[in-house]
Write a protein that binds this ligand. Structure first.
Ligand code: NAG
Ligand code: NAG
Ligand code: NAG
Length: 470
């Protein structure tokens, strides 16, 4: 091998590794006035005050300049807390609000805290997970585009459950269930409307406390969900424990679905004037688009690769069948496909680790794509590359694909891929492939297969590497 090739591999790997260990060279942090910031973070102090201190510190250290206007800690515990419980916190006092709840309002509290915010959006999460600041930035960018009312982060097992609980009946019911506690960004107006709806429907105290079990189902919208594996903080006591907790959850989920059935059928004879619930008969986004946030910079990975068989999903006639539907779908999916889904999720393509992979369950289809939204527009003059760490079959897929860029994610242009691949010397059977982005500008980059192939996708990492910015 000519020595300059060795040199190139060394250089490329060095830059790949620099990215993998989290050195960001994309980000030129802008500062905004506090009032330009659109996110209020809402944290429930459930049973882990030390976690709440950790989470607020990380947010204040990383997000107060360009993303988060303030943090609200809602303490559901009768023992009051105050700023003194956050002694060496990097959070300025006026950016951290503490609300000592008069009673334990359970999950309802997050909607109340959000409804009382002054920003357009809220980011809510429980106190047992740490969400990387870059992910909150990416969620902020995406929700500011105004096309979605909420985005839920879900670990793979919850994502699978949420997918299998997706119910479409004719053009009237299009809903699913997704938790909010793993991290969810939502429009503040959605929290206001949701609380109004609970009032209008006269839900009981018990039901209101379990508000999370009602939120997604009653919206009658299939929300955007991103694969994510939050960093578990542990400690304290989880709220949902054991079969008793599961049964309570299931009871409320079925109850929410039954209420939705009633509302939709009532609307058919007499148009209901209700907040929050969508009675639109529009067609939801194709279900097979998956997303995940990148690890070390605000960026969104998106793929159209089917993770589940087409035929899954049955043909429900009502939302109340939600849990039976999931059970049947799990049986149909089988253990092998289920483990594949859980072990090789799309988030593994952008988690900064070369030892985890996103793998498609089947061979490549025509027009399968993997894409990155870098969340900012760039004009690349030189030294920028789209980089892949892939398995050898995926190199073949890449060689039969169109490489495309776009300013808006809708209109795509092709560039000459000039793909170069090398053995990555840190692991057997890993190929490092890169394509130069010289003379390419935009924000979105994708690779789209031009024909069906038996090769399956296997992506260890995918990123845009920018050495210098024009
Ligand atoms: C806040 O929202 C407005 C309107 O959507 C948007 O123009 C602005 O860029 C957002 N600010 C930040 C810091 O994201
Ligand atoms: C409910 O009412 C709205 C408003 O009149 C109507 O447009 C819509 O089609 C109805 N939805 C259903 C599910 O029938
Ligand atoms: C939140 O803070 C209190 C007061 O320090 C703490 O004792 C408690 O464990 C946390 N809250 C709840 C609901 O447990």
């Amino acid at each position: 091998m000519p020595s300059f090739v060795h040199f190139c591999i060394a250089v490329t790997l060095a830059s790949a590794i620099s990215l993998l260990v989290g050195k960001s060279n994309i980000d030129s942090t802008q500062t905004h006035g506090v009032h330009d910031l659109n996110i209020t973070v809402v944290l429930l102090n459930w049973s882990r005050l030390s976690n709440v201190v950790k989470i607020t510190s990380e947010i204040c250290e990383n997000l107060l300049e360009d993303t988060v206007q303030s943090i609200v800690v809602w303490n559901n515990n009768p023992n009051k807390i105050s700023h003194q419980d956050f002694p060496s916190s990097p959070c300025p006092r006026d950016r951290l609000r503490i609300i000592n709840s008069p009673e334990n309002l359970y999950f309802q509290a997050r909607y109340m805290a959000c409804a009382g915010a002054t920003t357009a959006y809220c980011f809510v999460q429980d106190d047992d997970f740490s969400i990387r600041p870059e992910i909150i930035k990416a969620l902020n960018v995406r929700i500011n585009q105004g096309s979605v009312p909420a985005i839920h982060l879900q670990p793979p097992n919850e994502m699978l459950s949420s997918q299998l609980r997706t119910i479409v009946v004719g053009n009237t019911i299009h809903t699913t269930f997704a938790w909010l506690g793993y991290g969810t960004v939502l429009m503040r107006s959605r929290a206001v409307e949701f609380l109004l709806l609970l009032d209008r429907l006269k839900l009981s105290e018990d039901e209101r406390k379990m508000a999370d079990n009602y939120f997604t189902i009653l919206s009658n919208i299939i929300p955007e969900r991103w694969f994510d594996e939050g960093i578990e903080l542990g400690g304290g006591q989880a709220f949902t424990v054991g079969t008793e907790g599961d049964e309570r959850n299931n009871r409320h989920i079925v109850r929410a679905a039954a209420i939705l059935d009633t509302l939709v059928s009532a609307n058919q004879s007499n148009t209901l004037d209700l907040p929050f619930t969508s009675f639109s008969t529009g067609i939801p986004e194709p279900l097979h688009v998956s997303r995940a946030s990148c690890h070390d910079k605000p960026c969104i990975f998106e793929t159209s690769i089917n993770l589940l068989p087409h035929e899954i999903g049955g043909s429900p006639t009502s939302a109340a069948e939600i849990l039976r539907l999931e059970k049947d779908a799990l049986l149909m999916l089988g253990e092998a496909r289920k483990s594949h889904y859980l072990e090789f999720p799309p988030s593994h393509a952008v988690d900064g680790r070369a030892d985890t992979a996103f793998r498609s369950p089947q061979g490549a289809n025509r027009d399968d794509y993997v894409a990155l939204d870098t969340t900012k527009s760039f004009s690349y003059v030189k030294d920028a590359e789209l980089v892949f760490l892939v398995d050898p079959p995926t190199e073949i897929i890449l060689r039969h694909s169109a490489f495309e860029f776009s300013a808006d994610g809708h209109i795509w242009n092709t560039w000459d891929r000039g793909l170069e691949c090398f053995d990555a010397n840190f692991a057997k059977t890993v190929r490092l492939c890169k394509s130069s982005l010289s003379h390419v500008s935009g924000r979105h980059f994708r690779v789209r297969t031009l024909k069906p192939m038996q090769e399956k996708w296997g992506v260890f990492e995918m990123f845009v590497d920018i050495q210098s910015e024009a």
